[in-house]
Design a protein around this ligand. Structure first.
Ligand SMILES: NC(=O)c1ccc[n+]([C@@H]2O[C@H](COP(=O)([O-])OP(=O)(O)OC[C@H]3O[C@@H](n4cnc5c(N)ncnc54)[C@H](O)[C@@H]3O)[C@@H](O)[C@H]2O)c1
Length: 340
């Protein structure tokens, strides 16, 4: 779906809210942030991006292709509280996406994870409380806050027992937003994202996105390894559905609340791999046994219940996995040299 098509989905009550408004996107060179930036520039927002382009993450200047001259890009870190305070001043909307993004990396770099996913949010919220108390914010949390899944589909009331430091700190971030909403009326909402995929996702390694990595392997004619029998269900969500949800929630979501997003598709791991192989037309798959480290983090099946966001902002996922993968494959065929 091109940006223009995505924007047609956004109701006028939401799209007009951004026109000529100042929007800050932290982590805006990355996968989710750059797709948001493309949409927001299309909606006539005055976009500023704060990104440190840290090499281990998915940021890339190429992600802003076509809109570079229509926004301001600030090279800086979310832990720089003076800079953050300066940037939020006079800003209407803040999508706070910069963070440590790998649950496996959090184990090796626990303090970096706490800094980026804990303190980074507190710095942002304090800056908003002091300099832009009327601004609306959105925080990108993760479905991993739930931990081992006890009942499906997973509602926002499902117990949260995070199994990684990454997820513990994401939950901490959510609590900060709820605290600032209730105590200072800061208008922040959190979105719990499951497995996102789509154009502008990093394809350099397998740590952050299994779908991206499998698309790359298939395009390179390699063998995709599936741990176990591949029967576990996951919720893979296309980037345009996430962008649509973020735009609606930051305008119309209830401050202090958390919202699931998900695809409704109930795909197994095997279905996911088969669809990728089919859409790419090359590569093969092989089932292998689970390595030790992975099993500890295995959460069981995950399917999000999305009634809350559907009722709150009239959002529904609209891109099925096969169509999303087809669009993703086309994007990487055209731009492979920028991402491999
Ligand atoms: N991709 C996923 O699987 C997934 C799932 C759930 C939630 N999320 C969350 O969504 C957000 C965005 O993820 P993404 O997939 O777009 O990641 P990404 O790696 O593509 O982009 C992250 C961007 O943030 C920047 N960044 C990181 N730390 C920074 C810091 N301290 N200061 C300034 N810039 C910094 C990086 O340079 C990068 O450009 C993250 O908070 C992530 O935890 C992602």
């Amino acid at each position: 779906m091109a940006t223009a098509e995505l924007l047609k989905r956004v109701p006028e009550s939401v799209s007009t809210a951004f026109r000529n408004k100042k929007v800050l996107i932290t982590g805006g060179l990355g996968f989710i942030g750059s797709n948001l930036a493309q949409a927001l520039v299309g909606l006539g927002a005055k976009v500023t991006i704060l990104d440190a382009l840290l090499p281990q993450y998915g940021g890339s200047h190429f992600n802003l292709q076509g809109i570079e001259s229509q926004l301001e890009l600030v090279d800086g870190n979310i832990l720089d509280d003076e800079l953050v305070e300066k940037l939020v001043t006079g800003t209407n909307f803040i999508f706070h996406l910069a963070g440590q993004i790998g649950y496996l990396d959090a184990k090796d770099q626990p303090l970096t994870d706490l800094d980026f996913n804990g303190r980074g949010n507190l710095i942002m919220l304090e800056a908003v409380r002091r300099q832009a108390p009327k601004a609306r914010l959105m925080f990108s949390s993760s479905r991993l806050v739930y931990g081992k899944i006890q009942s499906l589909p997973v509602t926002e009331e499902h117990p949260t027992n995070p199994q990684s430091l990454y997820a513990i700190h994401k939950l901490l971030g959510e609590k900060y937003y709820a605290y600032y909403a209730h105590n200072f009326e800061v208008g922040g909402v959190s979105i719990r994202i499951p497995n996102p995929y789509g154009p502008r996702q990093q394809m350099k390694h397998s740590k952050y996105s299994i779908v991206g990595w499998f698309v790359r392997q298939a395009m390179d004619g390699e063998t995709i390894k599936i741990f176990g029998d591949g029967s576990q269900q996951r919720d893979y969500i296309f980037i345009d559905d996430i962008v649509d949800a973020c735009l609606r929630l930051i305008v119309q979501g209830q401050a202090g609340e958390v919202y699931n997003v998900g695809s409704h598709e109930k795909l197994t791991f095997n279905n996911m791999v088969d669809t990728i192989l089919q859409q790419v037309g090359s590569g093969q798959k092989q089932n292998v046994s689970w390595p030790k480290d992975y099993e500890k983090n295995e959460t069981g099946d995950y399917v999000a219940d999305t009634s809350k966001i559907e009722q709150a902002v009239d959002w529904k996922p609209q891109v099925n996995f096969a169509d999303g993968i087809a669009e993703m494959v086309q994007y990487y065929r055209e731009n492979k040299q920028e991402y491999w």
